[in-house]
Write a protein that binds this ligand. Structure first.
Ligand SMILES: [Zn+2]
Length: 243
């Protein structure tokens, strides 16, 4: 991992349990932020060794390829056990070390209710790690730092989002980043009962993006939940039309 001095401050860091989670839930948002000139990064907590399809090494290569397609400046995977992500101090400290190295202004976490237990745990684990990163007496070899904002990617949760990011210009590129995981998504005999056929992935992901886009009056969107109440300076600058 590169040292702190070599890394400019990151604007947006997405933290997720598994390689390919970010591509599904906030890949279009990362593309949009990069297009705005912001510096983006991805931290995957596991390496995919428990997956039905592919090996951890294959998924590592695919994650690098996907990171290029998403235009992120930095991507690494921790060694937390796949399928057994726990909110324990050891894991919080590993994430806090990365938060201090990258110094992100915004952190994206998965929403706190999810079918896959790893996803739900990362919501709490990531939040507590960001808090830990700001404690001066916790020594990770880097200066204390706490992100300004945490938002939760809620694509797979049945909740009303706080806001939606317009990903319309980036939907094809987001799809390409997901399909970079050839070991997972190309048609094959292993795991056919678990995985959606390749030709249905596009239809499903585009339909989800269309659904969330419609909520905000754009074609394709990605949903997020923020815990805090929004603060407004000027009512005339609110971005979404009412009627
Ligand atoms: Zn996942």
């Amino acid at each position: 991992m590169a040292e702190a001095a070599a890394l400019p401050q990151t604007d947006v860091l997405a933290i997720a349990a598994h390689r390919d989670d970010v591509e599904q839930t906030c890949g279009g948002t990362l593309l949009r932020m990069a297009a705005r000139g912001l510096r983006t990064a991805i931290l995957d907590l596991t390496r995919g060794e428990a997956g039905t399809r592919g090996t951890a090494e294959e998924r590592g290569r695919e994650a690098s390829q996907a990171a290029k397609l998403l235009g992120v400046s930095w991507r690494e995977a921790l060694d937390i056990p796949d399928g057994n992500v726990e909110n324990i101090y050891e894991n919080r400290a590993k994430i806090a070390r990365v938060v201090r190295l990258l110094r992100p202004r915004v952190v994206i976490l998965p929403y706190w209710q999810a079918r896959h237990p790893d996803h739900a745990i990362v919501a709490a684990l990531g939040y507590e790690a960001c808090f830990l990163a700001g404690l001066a007496k916790v020594d990770t070899g880097a200066a204390p730092y706490r992100p300004f904002k945490i938002v939760y990617a809620s694509l797979y949760a049945d909740v009303r989002p706080s806001f939606v990011v317009d990903i319309t210009p980036f939907i094809e590129q987001r799809h390409a980043s997901l399909m970079a995981y050839r070991s997972q998504y190309l048609n094959q005999s292993a795991g056919t009962a678990l995985f959606v056929p390749e030709d249905e992935i596009r239809e499903r992901t585009y339909a989800e993006a269309r659904h969330y886009g419609l909520l905000a009056g754009v074609k394709y969107g990605e949903p997020f939940v923020q815990k805090e109440v929004g603060l407004v300076d000027d009512l005339t600058l609110l971005p979404v039309q009412s009627i």
